[in-house]
Ligand binder design. Sequence first.
Ligand SMILES: *Cc1c(COP(=O)(O)O)cnc(C)c1O
Length: 404
Amino acid sequence: MALTATRPQLAHLTTVLDELKAKGTYFRLRVLEDQQAPVCHYDGKEVINLASNNYLGLANHPKLIEAALNATRDLGVGSGAVRTIAGTMRIHMELEEKIAAFKNVEACVVFQSGFAANAGTVSAILGKDDFILSDELNHASIIDGARLSRAKIKVFRHKDVEHCEELLREVAGEPGHKLVITDGVFSMDGDIGPVDKLGALAEKYGAIMMVDDAHASGVLGRNGRGSVDHFGMHGRVDVQVGTLSKAIGALGGYVCGSRDLIDYLYHRARPFLFSTSHPPSVAATCMAAFDILEQEPERIDRLWENTHYFQNELRGAGFNVGGINTPNTETPITPVILGEGRVAMDFSRALFEEGVLGTGIAFPTVPEGKARVRLIVTSEHTRAQLDQALETLERVAHRMGLLQ
Ligand SMILES: *Cc1c(COP(=O)(O)O)cnc(C)c1O
């Protein structure tokens, strides 16, 4: 039987792909052939990997692998149902209790992904008479959750607390609930959200405060407790979202807050109600990861040392790693700003040919004219690997006329 080719009904998709190809922003998926590691193979080529979110090297930590294997042997590979029907295993409850204790909150609910946690929570706690005040650079999952909630969405300029207050004042007389929401760390620029100031503002106006700590989990705060800990905002953020898919090394997302918030989400969050829970191996892996955060804090120290070294060297070489008409990175996320989308994509491809993997990112993920190659170092990169990557970045950039 012939494979199904694109029929005329879907011809408009082909048109869009052709447009991407003309703009130079069409991509093919690079395929990882071995483990997610500082040096690994994509499409058969050995590269220094500066593209993953595996900040602490936990994606292949021996203790996490052992935890996954043991849980699989003892409990099987699947949970068999959604959480509310028959798919809540003891290990799911243990993971939630562990995260709640780590984050110093009453309760926690785990979702299948960070995306599901954000989209499922925002859409569940707000309705059409409510208002969402959202940073313009917040993650797509927040935007989707906001749209699904049918609340009125007010977007404030990036990290602009005064603009957020202006918008709050505009709706202060309205009867609906208000939610102020920000990323703890912004995923494209690496800057830190003003969680302290927005939290104080939310209190002043009686608004709900929510933070998405996907890139802050395991990176910011004591032992990687996140932006709320970083800013000393314990007890003042109503909804804390985190991911288990980045520094934690496995897969999933979670929401931390009061017992009632979590009970409510058990009853109303649609990804929780309508999508099957994690395999036990994933829950076991995540539990082991939180132990590592407590037992091996030197990983986080190494992450920051590598970050400072790498970013200083890049700046010294003349790269724009943010700060000129773009936010300034304050975390391991390192944007090398290049301008045009095609240039960023060409630079990323040329780096790959020379053995360095960095993600080319263009419009619409970042604004037009702010295309970049995004680099993320991990705690596990050696100084020699970073030096080799730096040498390659400089050499390729000079060859392409991107550096003076
Ligand atoms: C990655 C990311 C998410 C989604 O997390 P997943 O667990 O990968 O689904 C949500 N918010 C932000 C800011 C992110 O960077």
